[in-house]
Write a protein that binds this ligand. Structure first.
Ligand code: GDP
Ligand code: MG
Length: 702
């Protein structure tokens, strides 16, 4: 562990980039990230993904699977060509597998810009579209990198066209490949790129850039012309300069590209081969040149937790502190780590920070900057930066931290409901505590992993976002936490809800230990909006429930919601309003009485409000040669699937459908046999929907 006692910011705010690398699995995201670290000097030895030692993939399970699961934030520096001052780059790795979309979402929330990596052969694949849409939702400016130009069949022009049409964005090449990128080129023919702005040929070998020389005009000139025309369309200031007939300098093009990229009007496209170390230094230059600094992203908004009014904060060290916890991780050496983005003000070691959700204050013991192989202690994390708070205990993923005198609650992150679960059991009674502690840590780190105890069977239920997610959680319990346990088979998570509206009223009145305990609670239960979660309001009529017991009532309702009224399943999208109640006299009013009355009143109301079962529905995207479409659609039908959209992409058929998760077991085997191995699919959780009667009856009988 090193330490950095510098009291001032290391980089001006304009020289900070918070970026992520987003891609379809296998496009080369890990390799690209690794090379960015290598060429910036952050690491000195390259790890090959296929050898299982890439720096960004730091959990052993990820290395084995060759996919990246947990976002790791790493800070490094790059000094672009032609400049003397460095830029601080904070890079957050994001996973490519859909079981972990939540990881992508929370990264996008704190990023200012992203590199989209595409495979020069595979092009835009369904999952690239998913992450691209997520990035659209968060308005994240992007540049694109067409990777694997060294592979046989690499086709730069086609991938650029696909980015334009499938991702519906204005992709504009700022480079052209040399020696590859046309259909039918053979392997190893990729030599380098033409920089269309500087009109230079840049060639690479294993150490990166080896030579740059002025290029021939001709074709490159034509491509440069296309770039300039696109820029003039996207940026008025540039259009004016261009139309005036004045010479357009490289600097003017860079500046216009920067404005257009940040405005989301243009996605500059570069190319290369991460594996062969080609194109990485120009990519780093492009990150600095075109992607926004925190200043370019403007104010962050939130709510004043005291007044409920809108608040905003400038990206400024002198503004009051405001930041977001975007990830919680357990570290063997440093304990509980909070990965944070500071938006305004300065987070200082030893200072107190305020948690507007819990209304509590915590003192910051240690601050850390994450590097690829070390953690550097620091005294401060400045506005616009990403770093780590070690040791804070009460913050959770999605929490805001702020100055107590200037409270603000930044918009919360929303996480999807877990769709699968498995029962987890300690191997022996002696292992119980260890297993419970491990489960608690897992749920703490990952908001899509939930742990609950089944009220009736006493079983511990671990839920997550899919089979792979559960498998990895189980793996971590065994390896990382050495928690001796047995896990059941993964199964679909069902929930309960109400579809109607009803009232409930219950009076609890009992003598316990020679003392009378009595209370009445009245409430209304009704169906909430799908996907909006539960909503509890305790607004009793005046002078009924004494204020000191409203919390007990609320807790009672919360407890009752966790175990529904049909099959003891957790309830979702239920609105509860406590309207009245009271106690016969001050002596017999107790917390237990109010809490129990609330539970019973809720159960009575929920029973009467047309309770139903909810099942998870997946969005499935099927890619197939057209001749198998008929059979595959028949199969989707038999699985209660509903087709949403059908489209042709070149000569492949794309079918988008929604299918209940319960019907998708064995799906990959089925479509393989129906299409002689030629169809493929991807899926992601879409929503919870009321299960049809036959499904409900089956679950209720089991
Ligand atoms: P990720 O799943 O997006 O993180 O992709 P990886 O970085 O793990 O790469 C997937 C596979 O593609 C690995 O076997 C890499 O070695 C390989 N790969 C990555 N970049 C290139 C490249 O530029 N050229 C070639 N030929 N292979 C590459
Ligand atoms: Mg990877």
């Amino acid at each position: 562990m090193g330490s950095d006692t510098n009291q001032k910011r290391s980089h001006a705010l304009a020289d900070v980039r918070n970026i992520g690398v987003i891609a379809h699995i296998d496009a080369g995201k890990t390799t690209v990230s690794e090379r960015l670290l290598y060429f910036s000097g952050e690491i000195h030895k390259m790890g090959e993904v296929h050898e299982g030692c890439a720096t960004m993939d730091w959990m052993p399970q990820e290395r084995e699977r060759g996919i990246t699961i947990t976002s790791a934030a790493i800070t490094y520096e790059w000094v672009p060509v032609g400049t003397s001052s460095g830029t601080q780059i904070n890079m957050i790795d994001t996973p490519g597998h859909v079981d972990f979309t939540v990881e992508v979402e929370r990264s996008l929330r704190v990023l200012d810009g992203a590199i989209g990596v595409f495979c020069a052969v595979g092009g835009v694949q369904p999952q690239s579209e998913t992450v691209w849409r997520q990035a659209n939702r968060y308005n994240v400016p992007r540049i694109a990198f067409v990777n694997k130009m060294d592979r046989m069949g690499a086709d730069f022009e086609r991938v650029v066209a696909e980015i334009k049409t499938r991702l519906k964005c204005n992709a504009v090449p700022i480079q052209a490949p040399i020696g590859s990128g046309a259909k039918g080129t053979s392997e190893e023919s990729f030599e380098g790129v033409v920089d269309l702005i500087g009109m230079r040929e840049v060639r690479f070998d294993k150490d990166g850039v080896v030579a740059a020389s002025l290029c021939d005009a001709g074709v490159a000139q034509q491509r440069r012309y296309t770039l300039i025309e696109s820029l003039a369309d996207a940026d008025d200031e540039f259009a004016e300069l261009y139309l005036s007939g004045a010479e357009v300098s490289g600097d003017a093009i860079h500046a216009a590209l920067r404005r257009a990229t940040i405005a989301g009007k243009i996605v500059p496209v570069l190319c290369g081969s991460a594996l062969k170390n080609a194109g990485i230094q120009p990519l780093l230059d492009a990150v600095v040149r075109y992607l926004p600094s925190p200043l370019d992203r403007g104010k962050i908004t939130g709510e004043n937790p005291k007044t409920g009014g809108q608040e905003s904060r400038d990206s400024d060290d002198d503004a009051p502190l405001a930041g977001l916890v975007f990830k919680v991780a357990a570290d063997a050496f440093s304990g509980r780590l909070l990965f944070v983005r500071v938006y305004s003000g300065v987070l200082r070691k030893g200072a107190n920070i305020w948690n507007p959700r819990l209304k509590t204050r915590e003192r910051i013991g240690r601050l850390i900057r994450m590097h690829s192989d070390s953690q550097i202690e620091t005294d401060a994390i400045y506005s616009g930066e990403i770093g780590v708070i070690a040791g804070a205990t009460k913050f959770a993923t999605g929490d805001t931290f702020c100055a107590e005198q200037a409270p603000i609650a930044l918009d919360r992150m929303e996480f999807p409901e877990p769709v699968m679960f498995m029962a987890v059991e300690p191997k022996s009674r002696a292992d119980k505590d260890k297993v419970e502690a491990a489960l608690k840590t897992l749920a703490d780190e990952d908001p899509t992993c939930q742990v609950r105890i089944d009220a009736e069977t006493g079983q511990t239920i671990l839920s997550g976002m899919g089979e792979l997610h559960l498998e990895i959680l189980r793996d971590r319990l065994q390896r990382e936490f050495k928690a001796p346990m047995n896990a059941g088979k993964p199964a679909v998570s069902y929930y309960e809800t109400v579809t109607g509206e009803a009232e409930g009223r219950h009076t609890f009145d009992r003598e316990i230990g020679g003392k009378r305990q009595a209370a009445t609670v009245e409430l209304r239960v009704r169906a909430g909006e799908r996907g909006k979660g539960n909503h509890i309001e305790v607004k009793p009529a005046k002078n009924t429930i004494p204020p000191e017991f409203t919390e007990a009532v609320e807790r009672g309702v919360e407890d009752a919601i966790v175990t529904g009224v049909l099959a003891r399943l957790p309830m979702r999208d239920v609105c509860v309003r406590v309207t009245g109640g009271g106690a016969p006299d001050a002596d017999s009013a107790t917390e237990t009485a109010f809490r129990t009355a609330a539970i019973m009143a809720f159960r009575e109301a929920a029973q009467a409000a047309a309770p139903e079962l909810l099942e998870p529905i997946m969005k499935v995207e099927l890619t197939t040669p057209p001749e198998f479409t008929g059979d595959l659609m028949g199969d989707l039908n038999a699985r209660r699937g509903q087709v949403r959209e059908m489209a042709m992409r070149g000569d492949t058929q794309i079918v988008t459908a929604t299918v209940p998760l319960a019907e998708l077991f064995g799906y990959s085997t089925a479509i393989r046999s129906l299409s002689r191995g030629r169809a493929s699919y991807s899926m992601e959780p879409e929503l919870l929907a009321v299960a049809p009667k036959q499904v409900k009856d089956k679950i209720l009988q089991s």
